[in-house]
Design a protein around this ligand. Sequence first.
Ligand code: NAD
Length: 483
Amino acid sequence: MQTQPTASHFINGQYVEDTAGTPIEVIYPATGEVIATLHAATPAIVNQAIAAAKAAQSAWAAMSGTERGRILRRAADIMRERNHDLSILETYDTGKPYQETSVADATSGADALEYFGGLAATLTGEHIQLGEDWVYTRREALGVCVGIGAWNYPTQIACWKGAPALACGNAMVFKPSETTPLSALKVAEILHEAGLPAGLYNVVQGMGEVGAALVTDPRVDKVSLTGSVPTGRKVYAAAAAEMKHVTMELGGKSPLIIFDDANLENAVSGAIMANFYSSGQVCSNGTRVFVHKNIKEAFLKRLSERLDNAVIGDPMDPATNFGPMTSRRQLDIALGYIAKGEAEGARLAYGGKAIEGPGFYMQPCVFADVTDDMVIAREEIFGPVMAVLDFEDEDDVLARANDTEFGLAAGVFTNDLSRAHRVVAGFEAGTCYINSYNDAPVEAPFGGMKNSGVGRENSKAAIEHYSQLKSVFVRMGDMEAPF
Ligand code: NAD
């Protein structure tokens, strides 16, 4: 497959190159080989992209929602038709196994395009009667939106931000992560093939400084970031200087509580999905797994047996279900935390070793006997490292689960119906699961509480974050004044 794109950027409906920008090497995580070289956006490229977005936006907003939605839904169909090729590209970009990318990346992006395409025609204001007088509200676009992505779900993030932005009549300038810059260009190509007018979905490449240049540009009205909490703080602060709208999808250290009445096999499946999908590089992962003392050893035994069935290898092989880490840097971070866990006295119950050979491979890792104060129980690792903690009492475990700066997700496994809902009501987290983990359907709001974020992606809730209301007061009688 051709992995070198036509050019680094996609602006005003076409590929654009400026080789004066810092080179960005794209590395295939399974082999460590360079598969493409792109260039970071220069200030001229950033300017060109924002200018194109600004110029195109108002005509797009003036179209009917039905017309806008039709284009998004056509793009969804094209994405689904090309799912195989897009999945292969995503696997090259991220190292995630084809077994995953073929069902979770372009398909999820297509869901967002289809969902928000459908919603576009339904966006309305309201009528508020005030006696004879009345107020009506207009739901209007924000203007130019900037999307900045993380490297774990590049196609999905490009669509989760682009689809609601476009549905509401905005233009978008999207900057993918410098680690995985390829697939957003394909999203732009497909949108334009589906009929999107030039300038409405632009992609520029670059590191943090390109992101910062986009965020601080006065022509930009909204910033949606998916990234870490430290980056979120910087981007939120920069956006605040000009009162820009923000959506912040940030990191987590989410709890998963397994009670002793839970179905053990389902709970083990939940813990696997909460820690090892995408080699653990998922923001909402439930990496603090609180297991009731009565079932702890049975849980650990069954978990180890199930982990022995992980197929670690060539991500293009459809049988592989555990791929490499996306970068050497992320592999080193995960291995560094494993060393810290051992030094702090946690019991290494499974795996955790780097795998020799080319590529950024490691074994899935489970620590048992973890305590709340250990670094591996407090900091986001963003790798396949599960911390198992013991508990006995419901109130106590809920307080421990919430004792974190993060609030992205949380889960509970139990067969006690009342307890499930009681515990979920007590969670300080934006996305919760009962007897499940890590589902993210486009129909449901997704986002974090506390330091894990601001705003929500997906669902009707996202419309609130990509549009604004204008209230119009209409007086029917004479206007009165005091003098
Ligand atoms: P990161 O914070 O290092 O980078 C995210 C993006 O921000 C990149 O595109 C980067 O170039 C850009 N950036 C960096 N500094 C910037 C600045 N000063 N101004 C503007 N942009 C800047 O995160 P990452 O390592 O790419 O991704 C992993 C993190 O993302 C984890 O913390 C993970 O939990 C989080 N994440 C969150 C979600 C979610 O939906 N909540 C989803 C995926 C990943």
